[in-house]
Design a protein around this ligand. Structure first.
Ligand SMILES: [Zn+2]
Length: 350
């Protein structure tokens, strides 16, 4: 990934919406039966845009879809070693808001499923390093577990369960809440216990603000300076308290944009979203998808759907009208190119 100094303009490498396609074949890795597909949420649109996106893609008849590059002959699944899945949790508790919680009992069931079905839980940074830096790929059935917000139930509930399997996770910390002793956040002693046990920490900004928003009267430069300071403050606090120098950032509220992705890239970070999808070597490393897990979306069936997902190797996307004319407008046409091989075009669906 390119690393640019702060006074350079932010690179914008991929400006277009990229649909994520996930396998719906729950019982098979796709090699024998092929890959069924569904559209997930688009990149660079935050959660508030999703319903609009879904309406836009209510039927293929409503969009002009041009898929090229040898689709007809594509009948084999992708190579086993170029994909992985990242799971996202917040609370592991039955006393916290359901929209961000998985009960301890259900979390235990998730871990048991992964264990019984021989999934390997790897540290997130190890997966990212191998996929993006070393082009080594990862074994099939590799999953990473992440937690956003550093809630104490990670320490009290999730850690002991993970420990039984010899697994760890990455916790994305919004450091102001920890510094201010807010509950139900962990304190730094608890976070150091986790890192001492092999957990990794990531940057979740210091403030956990809606980073996309410009304050009233704020110029683009002023926005960049403010958000940069927010991210750097979290970076310093994590380093000062734990000695860890993280270069992974989970967007607060899962909200990212072209501008914010460019900014974190210029700061040397890779970005994690809250949009469902598997990751592969071709994935934009400023918008790495994760499957959120929370009550209502945490059944074993959905977990299985998530961990058996495969990324669709989209290589080029173009809007009509051009993307620059505004992210809030639904695209009237979406053109994308998919690398041949590894999936069945007859099973492509939105
Ligand atoms: Zn958060």
């Amino acid at each position: 990934m390119s690393r640019q100094s702060l006074n350079q303009s932010a690179p914008v490498r991929r400006q277009f919406l990229i649909p994520q396609i996930v396998s719906r074949n729950a019982r098979d890795d796709g090699r024998r039966n092929g890959v069924a597909a569904q559209c997930a949420k688009p990149r660079f649109l935050n959660e508030s845009h999703v319903s609009r996106f879904n309406r836009c893609f209510a039927g293929l008849s409503r969009i002009l879809l041009i898929v090229v590059a040898g689709l007809v002959s594509a009948v084999q699944v992708m190579a086993d070693s170029d994909h992985a899945v990242v799971l996202l949790y917040h609370h592991v508790s039955d006393r916290t808001p359901s929209s961000t919680s998985v009960s301890p009992q259900q979390f235990q069931r998730h871990l048991e499923f992964l264990h019984q079905h021989e999934f390997e839980v790897w540290p997130l940074d190890q997966i990212i390093k191998r996929l993006f830096d070393q082009s080594l790929g990862v074994p099939d059935n590799v999953v990473a577990i992440t937690f956003d917000d550093a809630y104490e139930s990670i320490h009290d509930q999730a850690w002991p369960m993970l420990e039984k399997y010899g697994w760890t996770a990455t916790v994305f910390v919004n450091t102001d809440a920890v510094d201010q002793g807010h509950k139900p956040y962990m304190n730094w002693d608890q976070l150091r216990e986790l890192t001492g046990a092999g957990f990794a920490l990531g940057n979740h900004s210091a403030s956990h603000a809606h980073l996309l928003a410009h304050e009233s009267g704020e110029t683009a430069d002023e926005w960049r300076r403010r958000v940069t300071e927010d991210i750097r403050r979290a970076e310093r606090r994590i380093f000062d308290e734990t000695g860890l120098d993280t270069r992974l950032l989970a967007y607060p509220f899962g909200e990212d944009s072209i501008e914010l992705a460019g900014l974190i890239d210029s700061l040397g970070y890779r970005g994690l979203t809250q949009r469902s999808g598997a990751i592969g070597a071709h994935t934009d490393d400023r918008a790495i998808p994760r499957f959120p897990m929370a009550q209502g979306f945490d059944s074993i069936e959905r977990l299985e759907l998530a961990v058996r997902a495969r990324p669709l190797p989209v290589t080029r996307v173009r809007y009509q009208p051009p993307r620059e004319q505004g992210v809030v407008e639904n695209p009237t046409a979406l053109h994308f190119k998919i690398r041949p091989g590894g999936w069945r075009p007859s099973q492509l669906a939105c």
